[in-house]
Design a protein around this ligand. Structure first.
Ligand code: PGA
Length: 263
């Protein structure tokens, strides 16, 4: 697993699933499942990334029941306020105690034509609002064939970090597009190789302290059955989980990877 000074981070990207009532029921069940299993909060940071319409309800529950999950959003506007119909601003998310925001997910890049310039502007918007950007990068199957695994993720990360100050906290998620929702996860070695390279980019652009402190996650078809292999790798500090993050028992088992696999 990642170096001792980096708290492992298991983040659940719910995508467009679970309305606010389902969200509250899900978070309660997840909390109970972890409690029943004797999970020690604090050994692993657990993040939930619900749709915007759920965030207020989830925030209220986390606060009332003192549940130590971190809250994040799946996107934000590049602007802080104004005439941008349908957009959600970083300051609004910060007011709801959101700690993180996912930026540059491949589904946003593909379905909303978000290029590296938009991703970089969103990273700046997140940091302006005191949110930690979870910067997603990854190559398509075609990129992999043509350029190898690292070239596209490295270029995407360089663009996203353009103008970011050395002291800023970011999380990087390596998500090969071919592995997302496909059931075909990368191998732990593939994930390690690219995560190590991305950590090198963080070091080059933000300095050695940032390289040592930044969590680099793997994402793409992570399940309870394969999480252990990823977490054994020195440069993989956690996972960004999609499909398995809205299944209570699966997600609880992923969070509890230290127990059921003996890493
Ligand atoms: P998946 O999605 O776990 O369903 O492959 C990961 C993601 O898109 O973040």
């Amino acid at each position: 697993m990642g170096a001792v000074n980096r708290t492992p981070f298991i983040a659940g990207n719910w995508k467009m699933n679970l309305d606010h009532l389902q969200a509250v029921a899900f978070v309660q069940k997840l909390h109970w499942a972890l409690k029943d299993a004797g999970h020690e909060a604090g050994t692993v940071e657990v993040g939930v990334f619900p749709p915007f319409t759920d965030i207020r309800s989830v925030q209220t529950l986390l606060d009332a029941d003192k549940i130590e999950f971190s809250l994040g959003a799946q996107d934000l506007s590049v602007h802080d306020s104004g005439a941008y119909t349908g957009e959600v601003a970083g300051p609004f998310l910060a007011k709801l105690d959101a700690k993180y925001v996912i930026i540059g997910h491949s589904e946003r890049r593909e379905y909303h034509a978000e290029g590296d310039d938009v991703v970089a502007a969103k990273v700046q918007a997140a940091l302006r609002s005191g949110l930690i950007p979870v910067i997603c990068v990854g190559e398509t199957a075609d990129d992999l064939e043509k350029h190898g695994a690292s070239a596209v993720p490295v270029a995407q990360l360089r663009a996203a970090l353009d103008g970011v100050a050395a002291g800023a906290e970011v999380v990087v998620a390596y998500e090969p597009v071919w592995a997302i929702g496909s059931g075909q996860a990368a191998t732990p070695q593939q994930a390690q190789d690219v995560c190590a390279t991305l950590r090198g980019v963080v070091g080059e652009l933000l300095g050695p302290d940032a390289a040592a402190a930044t969590r680099v996650l793997y994402g793409g078809s992570v399940k309870s059955g394969n999480i252990a292999g990823f977490m054994r790798e020195p440069d993989v500090d956690g996972a960004l989980v999609g499909g398995a993050s809205i299944l209570v028992d699966e997600f609880a088992a992923i969070i509890r990877y230290q127990k059921h696999v003996g890493v």
